[in-house]
Design a protein around this ligand. Structure first.
Ligand code: ATP
Length: 365
């Protein structure tokens, strides 16, 4: 078990900065997600934490011991890659046992430990099988077995489910979660998939262009995004933005956009210029009496809900409404927004304005 502390970690490749100064903590036993689009610097961050890449500057501590310049082999961690590298000429048992044998552990102890791990992963019957004949999922389990057999302080996983098809991916995600809850081992996990991050993570860091945009528990990040990037990256469909221009005063509880007034949480900041009113699709209702007018452009039936696309004078929005609601494409109607869930963004900075509703989360984020 390990607590990991990252202080001002930065990585440059020549003139290119892959990771800007990042500071965050991974608590003991946490399932910690590094989330962001391709090229945002999450793998580089993980590789520095694991000792596979030297930081340009900044410090890494594992259980209060500084390991910034230590090699991976000196950090007592296990790394699980997207493409599992198993030894094809060895059977399952030998693959799992390999890290223990190379440490010089006595054979009897190795056998006992391998059997425990095989039991955790449900692959006891495969121990004598050859790697070549295994399905993708079983290979995955063997690779996990090889990672957990050493009982390292922490696991580092880089898109371990990335190569799997959707159905199997879901299955392996729940296996990983139950494995984690049984072992309670600190796990740092890289993914570009926001659903995977929200489903599996105790905490998430959202990165973009080498910068940590937000850090927190999934629900806080989803409900109270710190930036327009996070608001857009999380959620499917993502957060809607109604675009306006003017002054938002501290203590105001409304924004005026042309002839429409939108109620918002009490603001604690002031700004002037272009802003965006951010609202999640599930916080919009079709309401013919509402002053925010719209035309229904399309509907998409999803079984339990439907997604309604509507055009307003402030931009297009998507609302998630009950699937049995009768919605006519082309109809003119109104939209009411659940006001206490709204975040207002300053478009010049891309950042959320602090309000009475979000400041507790964002001030600590
Ligand atoms: P992906 O999921 O596509 O791997 P990522 O978020 O993990 O994306 P990184 O692999 O960390 O991103 O890469 C961040 C940036 O740093 C990218 O622009 C990448 O091209 C660059 N980069 C990574 N490794 C090197 C390297 N060894 N030399 C030069 N540039 C690099």
């Amino acid at each position: 078990m390990a607590q990991i502390r990252i202080e001002n970690l930065r990585k440059e490749f020549g003139a290119f900065t892959a990771v800007e100064s990042s500071t965050f903590n991974v608590e003991d036993g946490e399932f910690f997600m590094l989330l962001g689009p391709s090229g945002c610097g999450k793998t580089t961050t993980l590789r520095m934490m694991a000792g596979l890449e030297l930081p340009t500057s900044g410090r890494i501590f594992i259980d209060d011991e500084e390991v910034s310049k230590k090699k991976a082999s000196q950090r007592d961690i296990a790394f699980v890659f997207q493409m599992f590298a198993l030894y094809p000429h060895m059977n399952v048992e030998k693959n799992i046992a390999y890290p223990l044998i190379s440490q010089g552990m006595p054979r009897k102890q190795v056998r006992q430990r391998v059997s425990e791990v095989a039991n955790i992963l449900g692959i006891e019957s495969l121990l004598k099988s050859s790697i070549r004949g295994l399905s993708g999922g079983d290979r995955q389990r063997v690779a996990l077995g090889r990672a957990i057999v050493r009982e390292p302080k922490a696991f580092f996983m880089d898109e371990p489910l990335g190569a799997l098809d959707a159905e199997f991916r879901e299955h392996m995600a729940s296996e990983l979660m139950s494995l984690h809850s049984r072992m309670n081992a600190t796990t740092v996990y890289v993914t570009h998939d926001q659903l995977e991050a929200m489903q599996m993570g105790d905490k998430i860091i959202v990165m973009n262009h080498g910068v940590v945009e937000q850090f927190g528990v999934p629900q806080q990040i989803y409900d109270w995004p710190a930036t327009m990037f996070v608001a857009d990256f999380l959620g499917s469909p993502s957060m809607n933005f109604l675009h306006g221009n003017g002054t938002i005063a501290s203590a105001s509880t409304q924004v005026k956009m042309n002839e429409t007034t939108i109620n918002i949480p009490r603001q604690t900041e002031t700004m002037e210029g272009e802003f965006a009113v951010g609202v999640r699709p599930e916080h919009i209702q079709l309401d013919d009496a509402a002053s925010l007018r719209c035309a229904i452009k399309a509907t998409e039936y999803l079984g339990t809900t439907q997604i309604v696309t509507a055009t307003t004078e402030f931009g297009e929005v998507k609302a998630r409404v009950a699937s049995n609601l009768d919605v006519t494409v082309g109809a003119q109607t109104g939209l009411s927004l659940i006001s206490d869930t709204i975040t207002v963004f300053n478009k010049a900075t891309g950042k959320a304005l602090l309000s009475e509703a979000n400041k507790a989360v964002l001030a600590h984020g």
